[in-house]
Design a protein around this ligand. Structure first.
Ligand code: PAF
Length: 282
């Protein structure tokens, strides 16, 4: 695996691969890689000839009081994991490479409608930062396919919508949530959890599964189900963010006629903000 930090050099090597007829896949990440990211790399290997991973902790998607400075940077360990997963190129630019004119004087990509609800309501501007950097990465790498984790369900929707609206010639693939044996969705932010919090954290997923089985058993008072789950999570030691049963296609509140749903949730545990979701077919 070759690690490249400059856009010019990456374009040169990928240009040669493209001229040789190779299909290029991209796995964008912010590093601190875990099994979930490696699953994305494997999926990319299966769907392309050349896998490019990027590691860039994107300041534009972090709010002022968020964990940008604390976000774990583990480049060497990440390089070893990517190498072992048969990744071909790692693109690891610095901030100036991606934001040469600073972050303010900068074209930004806004995906209205789904960017300001749920995670977007808690983290204003977050999805604008995500859409902007992913659009830049698509412009730099020009991938045929790009793979994103389904844990960030809303992020994946934002990226699909952006790609469709801007006619970007990239196939977007989701990859199922990778979980620990106890159900906890793998996340770089799990690293913020203490031993005690790590024992509590799987309750987010077990609560979601409990709500989903109640819906599957016929319960339709979604507001009551949401409230009961939030209360149960608080009882376990979480602090509320949101816990919503939504229509899958637009993440709005469902009527009892809607059959394709998703339960999306975020909750704070100590210093960590954890997210998880589960699709529901009625
Ligand atoms: O999901 C992430 O790690 C990030 O939001 C992404 C897609 C790499 C953009 O910075």
């Amino acid at each position: 695996m070759q690690t490249i930090t400059s856009i010019a050099e990456l374009r040169e090597v990928l240009g040669a691969e493209r001229r040789a007829g190779k299909r290029i896949g991209l796995v964008p990440t912010m590093g601190n890689l875990h099994e979930g990211h490696i699953q994305l790399v494997h999926q990319c290997n299966d769907n392309s000839d050349i896998t490019v991973s990027s590691i860039f902790v994107n300041p534009l998607q972090f709010g002022e009081n968020e964990d940008l400075d604390a976000y774990p940077r583990t480049l060497q360990a990440d390089q070893q994991k990517l190498e072992a997963a048969d990744c071909d190129y790692l693109f690891a630019p610095n901030i100036e490479e991606i934001y040469p004119n600073g972050q303010v004087i900068q074209t930004q990509v806004e995906v209205p409608g789904i960017s300001d609800i749920h995670c977007g309501a808690t983290r204003p501007g977050h999805f604008r930062g995500v859409a902007t950097v992913v659009c830049k990465l698509f412009g730099i790498v020009q991938p045929d396919v790009a793979i994103f984790g389904e844990k960030d369900f809303q992020q994946l929707m934002v990226i699909r919508r952006m790609t469709e609206d801007l006619f970007l010639p990239v196939e977007i693939q989701g990859s199922p949530i990778a979980r620990a044996d106890n159900g906890l969705a793998l996340s770089s932010r799990n690293g913020y959890l203490s031993e005690t919090e790590l024992a509590v954290a799987p309750a987010l997923n077990s609560t979601i599964r409990e709500t989903v089985s109640r819906i599957e058993a016929g319960e339709r008072d979604y507001a009551a189900l949401e409230e009961a789950a939030q209360a149960a999570l608080e009882e376990s030691g979480f602090q509320r963010d949101y816990y919503r049963i939504c229509r899958r296609h637009d993440l709005q509140s469902p009527s009892t006629e809607d059959t394709e749903l998703v339960l999306i949730a975020a909750a704070y545990l100590g210093k960590a903000r954890l997210i998880d979701n589960m699709v529901i077919d009625i």
